[in-house]
Design a protein. Structure first.
Length: 379
């Protein structure tokens, strides 16, 4: 008998006691050789002045977080490398060259051969296609890289998009599944919107389509997006982004309605809160007890405070829909973002998923830089 087996048999109570001990809280959000980024916290000092140095710090945070993930983990994800490759290429003229190590990692995850994928179901019976969200985020990142760097749809991007459509549900949507990670693995509309962004970002991809099956799949996606079952106000305001990617799907009256809804939720301090845009159980087809407990026990659960992610997204949505920078709503939002940046360069936000690594801080920082760029604040 192996010694380890003997110890387990001889002292099960001791092992049970060790297993019951709470795991130590992680010290670093990202860590690899030469990089150590501490876990973000609410009490991290704010910058004394937003400007060139704090912008450089934010860019460094995004760079090092993505590099660390690529070197230490084994997946394309929706909270670090996904946001990096979908947003960073558009900021090259302002922040400098984007990291090619990240795009190389994405390319490695493109299937060598595109095969038919079979639909599966969760234990509760929720039907979906495996790793649909990974395929969508990978395709979007590669498409955005091609849009801003190669200026043509690369072979690997083309293959990734084909693989993505193998994971499209019969309804035309891309169905979300797995544990909820508000706001990036939530509703089917949010995930399908990212797929729409991917196919419109890839240079000339839609206009060059000749495969009848793919043309039909794109048509089904458009049909579903045009009349989806919206789960919450987050979906409703994201229709503003759909109006940018596929303008014909969103009439002017609906855009005005979505802008009015977005404006109505701005806080007195100039910011917005993600939690104002959905009832807890309407974020996802299934919200775990752990996520529910985390959100309902936050200090501001009764009246959610402004957060960096939703404030940035609100500004992005307004700017993408031609609301002028001088508009009071945008000016108040910009002022909120500028004063809330932390000395590390990032924008703090409490995770609405596990509450340990707070990766939503990374997503929020990506969106904050995008919002400020759209308002000519990164000059």
């Amino acid at each position: 008998m192996k010694l380890s087996h003997f110890l387990i048999l001889a002292a099960p109570a001791a092992f049970a006691a060790d297993a019951a001990k709470p795991k130590p809280k992680p010290e670093f959000q990202y860590q690899t050789e030469g990089i150590q980024i501490r876990i973000p916290t609410a009490d991290e000092p704010r910058v004394t002045q937003f400007g060139p140095e704090s912008i450089k710090a934010a860019a460094k945070y995004l760079e090092e977080g993505a590099i660390s993930w690529v070197r230490e983990k084994s997946c394309v994800n929706c909270h670090t490398t996904g946001p990096y490759l979908t947003e960073r290429p558009a900021l090259i003229t302002l922040l400098g060259k984007a990291n090619e190590e990240i795009v190389s990692d994405f390319i490695e995850f493109v299937p060598k051969e595109i095969k038919q994928v079979n639909e599966t179901a969760t234990k509760s019976g929720h039907k979906h296609y495996p790793v649909a969200f990974t395929s969508v985020w990978r395709s979007l990142g590669l498409a955005e890289w091609d849009k801003h760097v190669t200026h043509h749809t690369s072979e690997h991007t083309e293959k990734s998009l084909r693989d993505m459509f193998e994971r499209q549900s019969a309804s035309g949507a891309f169905v979300s599944h797995g544990e909820v990670e508000i706001p990036h693995i939530t509703t089917d509309f949010e995930l399908s919107l990212q797929a729409a962004r991917a196919i419109t970002a890839a240079p000339g991809w839609i206009s060059g389509l000749k495969d009848e099956k793919l043309i039909a799949k794109v048509g089904k996606l458009k049909t579903w997006l045009k009349q989806p079952e919206l789960k919450n106000d987050f979906d409703r305001v994201l229709r503003l982004q759909l109006a940018v990617y596929l303008p014909d799907l969103v009439p002017a009256s609906e855009r005005e309605s979505a802008l009015a809804l977005l404006s109505s939720k701005q806080h007195a301090d100039g910011g917005w809160s993600t939690r104002d845009f959905s009832a807890l159980n309407e974020w996802h087809f299934e919200v775990s007890d752990a996520v529910s407990k985390l959100i309902t026990t936050l200090p501001d659960a009764a009246r959610p405070e402004s957060d960096a992610y939703m404030t940035a997204i609100a500004i992005v949505l307004m700017r993408q829909n031609k609301v002028p920078v001088k508009d009071e709503r945008i000016q108040r939002g910009i002022a909120w973002l500028k004063k809330e940046q932390r000395v590390s360069g990032r924008w703090w936000m409490h995770s609405l998923y596990r509450g340990n690594y707070h990766y939503i801080t990374y997503i929020a920082t990506c969106q904050a830089l995008k919002a400020l760029a759209l308002c000519d604040e990164l000059q």
